[in-house]
Write a protein that binds this ligand. Sequence first.
Ligand code: AHM
Ligand code: MG
Length: 350
Amino acid sequence: MTVNSNDAAQGTLTTLKSYLDEQLGISSQNTPHNESLAALLNDIGRACRQISQALNHGALAGILGSAAQQNVQGETQKTLDILSDKILVDTLQQGGHVAALASEEQDDIIPCNPDAAFLVAFDPLDGSSNIDINISVGTIFSILPHVKLGQMPTAQDFFQPGKQQRAAGYVLYGPSTLLILSLGQRVDVFTLDPKSGEFYLTAEQLSVPVDTQEFAINTSNQRHWHAPVTQYIEECLAGKTGIRGKDFNMRWVGSMVGDVHRVLSRGGVFLYPHDRKNPGVAGRLRLLYEASPMSFLVEAAGGAAITGEQRILDIMPLQLHQRVPVMLGSRHEIERLQGYHAAYVKPDLD
Ligand code: AHM
Ligand code: MG
């Protein structure tokens, strides 16, 4: 699919709204939940457009730097973390299509409309340590069904395995602002036109190649890794002279949205494993609003996502801000990693 700015000007490109109407069967049948899902996704698009505008202004708007507070995970919040969170909460609350919200930046859930059919978990600004150095950051979101319609949700209502997500996606604020979305069957890409404020469909049906020669991991943690990860990375580094018989390349953006976007665009593996640095902490990334939506996208594009031992989308969450090890990307590599984990006796992983 090749598109250019004239297509947007001439109205020949598909907008996010018309895409959602078509994909969710709106207008062809009576589908109130699908209509509500489409409206909710349009609300997310509108909120992310505002976040994109704030990021574009950067220092000129006086919004860079750290705020004088920490989130529930003890991390210092950036001014833009708080602003992005507020934009999303305000927009989604006003939209009325969400029963409750869970955000990385909020200790507890925010109950909204008990009659709405969806719960939304989000990381308002992922990779926020990259904001002040003008590197890509993003918003990640996960949409779950609100099963107990009519009842005000509690945190427990968010504790559903990721395979039950109705939709997931992220907005990548990079050289251009992209929305990557899956309703479960496929993964499509929309580009924000800064002039009109519309998201236009610019790439369809992303497919993660099953094989790759690219990996992403924070190697500063190498001495803390468990044996299966050490073995896998050492074999990649041995390149043509090792058992893999081919050279590998390494990339690490430090924003999960950037690293996962590369995997979805051209394949590769992204690893944030559990390690011995903080043995009591199950990895760095959060299940509900980072690992789960990204795994949903990667699987919908033909890739795989595991903790090492287990498929991420099968995990039943136990806490709102639960962390989980993440290994995702090209299927043959993830199968290899799962095999290495299965081959090691458990005490090595303790
Ligand atoms: P954040 O949500 O507070 O930004 O933290 C998550 C980020 C991910 O985007 C990224 O993959 C990881 O943390 C980077 O961690 P590290 O500091 O080990 O590079
Ligand atoms: Mg994050």
